[in-house]
Design a protein around this ligand. Structure first.
Ligand SMILES: CC(=O)SCCNC(=O)CCNC(=O)[C@H](O)C(C)(C)COP(=O)(O)OP(=O)(O)OC[C@H]1O[C@@H](n2cnc3c(N)ncnc32)[C@H](O)[C@@H]1OP(=O)(O)O
Ligand SMILES: O=CC(=O)O
Ligand SMILES: [Mg+2]
Length: 564
């Protein structure tokens, strides 16, 4: 039913097509996104692709059952012809040739979107995923922000600071990252069931922006996307189908939509050629989503006591399996003519300590130098303050070229990368201090995510869903297998009793750090409870964001809990 001025007694509601029901709060701004035509488009995607998505999720579970029984992820003998064939992806649109520095950040708040677009980065990846807590308000405000950004009309007034924000002359090119295939959108029901979250994110953004994008960038040049957390090329095949349907419905050239796939699960590293092949008319390369990749290593090997990770801080790009993953990704992308993007250094500027700030910047520089020498064409920055340093490193190395796709492989790539290279267990100590830090970070991140913030600065590092997942699954893994942890020279076993003590002590420490008032008003106690349960669950939850999702769902009018 449409909203009319005369319907004073009737609460306003969205104008929905047959079979679509919106359970999220009504807001006139949101209604400009949730138009009847946009919802017809989203429902069309859901109806065409839901069975394929359901099947792909079942195949994920089946693969996990095989890993639990001892099988290792590996290259698929059946797709050897794709890996060995001499094909290439469609040529890249010139507008995205240079992606040396990409800034990332959530699609909401609005001020941050403007700051990212003005940051001097070549690309802004606006996130509905790791960096965004998927509340209705965030998702819909994010769509409003991005529509206004693409139109070039986005502004913001920070009343408290008396500052006006608007776009500058040459904003970054926009890429958008929808959620992963596994996440539902409980505020949008289609044929009585929650919509697939990423089809809502993609569908609404594409529907409202393809024309303005085309007007601004030219025919065949966008919109652009990042695609997260895939585990198999069949999932990339579904995205390809989604893109082709969207292009057909919009009447734009095939291949206008381009997407960079994050290789951020262990199974996907054995599928990189296959993923690019599925998306060969829509590809804009691959990215090393290193944080989720570490999370996925633990998740894939959840049943294996011989593959326990060392402390989270020790699982960096210097570990053999991480280095091998980056080299293989670069080599694969360059062979197929597309960008090999680097990942996120977690350091962010430290405002109150110049020496510590310089040390953090130096770590970022080193990480980026390693990436560009290895052959990456560009990389991610978590904060605008890091961009000049990262730009200097990349531009210095590339010497005026927009990318190095023509370089087959970079420094440190010593030849064929084997399954053993990609799976080699990381080395290093496991400590009670590591268990404590995981707990402190995991609980604070969860508290913030429940309160609507999906990326937060904690202990001078950027934390988002991917980094927090490492904390959760690492604790779970250590407890599940009774890992031996170093406690200052004494060995102790990871047990539920130890975790209970650690949670209690770390919660007290967090309270002292954030202050009693903020602690009381925040969702820390609830987060502590959820985190403890997740770390001690008999079966590992697939995603903390899925497990906790119902806690951020708010139906209007207040109705029955979401049916997931
Ligand atoms: C594993 C992965 O998936 S990585 C990709 C997903 N993760 C992310 O995208 C995280 C991106 N980074 C962030 O969200 C933020 O940098 C945080 C939350 C870590 C820190 O943000 P803040 O606490 O606001 O940092 P800080 O106070 O230093 O910000 C200073 C200014 O920089 C801006 N800023 C900080 N980070 C960003 C960003 N990523 N994009 C745009 N602007 C930013 C702030 O808006 C603020 O602007 P203002 O001066 O106009 O008020
Ligand atoms: O999405 C990026 C990651 O590192 O995870
Ligand atoms: Mg990720």
């Amino acid at each position: 039913m449409a909203t009319t001025a005369s319907a004073a007694a009737v609460p306003p509601s969205y104008d929905t097509p047959e079979g679509v029901d919106i359970r999220g709060r009504y807001d006139p701004e949101f209604a400009s996104i949730l138009t009847r035509d946009a919802l017809v488009f989203v429902a069309g995607l859901q109806r065409e692709f839901r069975s394929a998505v359901r099947y792909a999720m079942e195949r994920r579970r089946e693969a996990q059952r095989r890993y639990d029984a001892g099988e290792l992820p590996r290259f698929d003998p059946a797709t050897r012809p794709i890996r060995e064939g001499g094909w290439a992806c469609s040529p890249l649109p010139p507008v995205i040739a240079n992606r040396t520095v990409e800034i990332t950040g959530p699609a909401q708040p609005r001020k941050m979107v403007i700051n990212a677009l003005n940051s001097g980065a070549k690309v802004f990846m606006a996130d509905f995923e790791d960096a965004l807590s998927p509340t209705w308000e965030n998702l819909m405000s994010g769509q409003v922000n991005l529509r206004d950004a693409v139109a070039g009309t986005i502004t913001f007034r920070d009343a408290a600071r008396g500052r006006e924000y608007k776009l500058n002359e040459s904003p970054a090119t926009l890429f958008v990252r929808p959620r992963g295939w596994h996440l539902p959108e409980a505020h949008v029901l289609i044929d009585g069931e929650p919509a697939i979250g990423c089809l809502v994110d993609f569908g609404l953004y594409f529907f409202h922006n393809h024309a303005a994008f085309r007007a601004g960038q030219g025919a065949g040049s966008g919109p652009f996307f990042y695609l997260p957390k895939m585990e198999h090329s069949r999932e990339a095949g579904i995205w390809n189908g989604v893109f082709e349907r969207a292009e057909r419905v919009a009447g734009i050239e095939r291949g206008s939509i381009r997407a960079t796939v994050l290789v951020e699960t262990l199974p996907a590293v054995f599928q990189m050629d296959e993923i690019l092949h599925e998306l060969r008319h829509h590809s804009a390369g691959l990215n090393c989503g290193r944080w989720d990749y570490i999370f996925s290593y633990v998740k894939t090997f959840r049943a294996r006591p011989d593959r326990l990770l060392p402390d989270r801080a020790l699982v960096g790009m210097a570990q053999h399996f991480m280095r091998s993953y980056s080299h293989l990704l670069i080599r694969t992308c360059h062979r197929r003519g597309v960008h090999a993007m680097g990942g996120m250094a977690a350091q962010i500027p430290i405002k109150d300590d110049a020496a510590a700030n310089e040390a953090a910047l130096e770590l970022v520089r080193k990480d980026k130098l390693r990436e560009v020498r290895a052959g990456h064409d560009g990389t991610w920055a978590a904060h605008p303050g890091l961009i000049p340093a990262i730009q200097e490193v990349f531009e210095g190395h590339l010497g005026g070229k927009p990318n190095q796709i023509d370089v087959a492989a970079g420094d440190g790539d010593s030849g064929a990368i084997t399954e053993e290279d990609l799976l080699q267990p990381p080395r290093g100590a496991r400590t009670v201090e590591g268990l404590r830090l995981n707990t402190r970070v995991g609980v604070q991140y969860l508290a913030s995510w429940l309160a609507g913030s999906g990326s937060v600065p904690l202990y001078n590092l950027m934390e988002d869903a991917a980094t927090a997942e490492i904390s959760r699954v690492q604790n779970w893994q250590w407890l599940r297998h009774g890992a031996t942890l170093d406690a200052g020279g004494v060995e102790v076993r990871a047990t539920p009793e130890l975790l209970a003590r650690v949670v209690e002590e770390e919660m007290a420490r967090v309270e002292a750090e954030v202050g009693a008032e903020r602690f009381r008003r925040g969702r820390y106690t609830e987060a502590g409870r959820i985190f403890s349960r997740q770390c001690t669950a008999p079966e590992l939850d697939d995603f903390l964001t899925l497990d906790a999702y119902n806690l951020v769902v708010v139906h209007h009018p207040e109705a029955s809990p979401s049916k997931l």
